[in-house]
Ligand binder design. Structure first.
Ligand SMILES: [Zn+2]
Length: 360
């Protein structure tokens, strides 16, 4: 059978599916629906949640394994939405993260047309902006309990992710009192309050962490955005900052959240939580995981495990106690100006998933 993964991927890249292009998010799901529709056995549901579009496709059988993919991408240069084929690679925004893996799954589900399979496919369009109207909504509102979830969105070069860090994203707002810059004693500097808060929080977050770990398996903190103040000679009366904490399984989301709220209060800042996720630890010993490893050994070879620093949609399933397999094909440059995927590895990934599903 002639597989159409390459064509699918180049088509998908051309949809400029960034958050603000609501219509493209709808169109890309419509495109996938039309493609999957070629398989009569699939029951396909398409639905919108706050202008984000989702698709769930499954057979009449109970679903043991869900495959999950997102079709939105982070913004890129205009030319990145015109895919380039070069030296066995497809270069373009989302080629690896994760329209390449999505193409593999869409082609796979189209081709599983000889009988009912105990698998399902979930496609969403808001992963890059926190998954509130995609996977989070689906986990909370649709019955997607299964034995295992596969999300090909992390772990480069077929490395299987067994641990993912938790994430705590938040904003702090600081009020001060303005005064002339020459008389700072007459005011309260709102930016300084944030700086002091950040320093204290950072020390607390990386307290006792082993920063020599070659896998970087320790807590991290990043201040990603800061705004405030008007002029060099005015004491600023307002400032705010967006901060990103990633933490290991030695901590819980609650502990991190309590620490941040405690310090925010101490430094007189308002706290707004942007998004959160618990660390993900995969039970590699579960039946369906072990079956996956058998397919992996047949198709890919020796199993290589790895850890993941970025959060994936796996966190929502992990919170239901469902083991999650995360792995990427060969590629690189996620979120950068040069994102690419190796075409052969997409076919390898197809073979791997095909073998797994056939043997379930
Ligand atoms: Zn992704």
């Amino acid at each position: 059978m002639q597989l159409k993964i390459e064509n699918l991927l180049t088509d998908l890249i051309k949809f400029k599916t960034i958050e603000k292009n609501k219509d493209e998010l709808r169109k890309v799901i419509q495109y996938c629906y039309d493609y999957l529709k070629q398989n009569d056995l699939l029951r396909i549901e398409v639905f919108e949640v706050n202008q984000k579009w989702n698709l769930i496709a499954k057979f009449s059988k109970e679903v043991l394994v869900y495959f999950v993919a997102h079709l939105d991408v982070v913004d890129g240069l205009d030319e990145q939405f015109e895919p380039i084929l070069k030296e066995g690679k497809i270069i373009g925004r989302g080629s690896l993260d994760m329209k390449g893996p999505s193409s593999v799954l869409i082609e796979l589900f189209k081709n599983l047309n000889d009988r009912d399979y105990p698998v399902g496919l979930i496609l969403t369009t808001d992963e890059e902006v926190g998954s509130q109207n995609g996977v989070k909504y689906i986990v909370e509102n649709k019955n997607v309990h299964s034995k295992l979830v596969i999300i090909p969105d992390g772990g480069e070069n077929f490395r299987i992710i067994t641990k993912g860090k938790g994430a705590f994203h938040f904003r702090v707002k600081s009020k001060g009192k303005s005064a002339h810059g020459s008389t700072p004693w007459a005011g309260v500097n709102s930016i300084e309050k944030i700086i002091m808060f950040y320093q204290t929080l950072k020390e607390a977050i990386i307290f006792k962490e082993n920063l020599d770990d070659s896998n970087h398996w320790y807590n991290t903190i990043n201040i990603g955005k800061i705004e405030g103040g008007q002029k060099v000679n005015i004491v600023p009366d307002f400032a705010q900052a967006d901060i990103d904490i990633r933490f290991t399984e030695k901590y819980t989301l609650n502990e991190i959240q309590n620490l941040v709220s405690y310090l925010a209060k101490k430094f007189d800042l308002d706290l707004e939580i942007l998004s959160t996720g618990n660390p993900v630890i995969v039970d590699t010993d579960s039946v369906y995981f072990r079956k996956f490893l058998e397919s992996y050994r047949r198709v890919i070879g020796d199993v290589v495990f790895d850890v993941e620093h970025g959060a994936t949609d796996g966190r929502f399933f992990a919170s239901l106690g469902i083991p999650v397999i995360t792995l990427y094909p060969v590629g690189g440059g996620i979120h950068s100006e040069y994102e690419w995927v190796e075409i052969d590895s997409l076919y390898k990934m197809y073979e791997l998933f095909y073998d797994y599903v056939k043997n379930l």
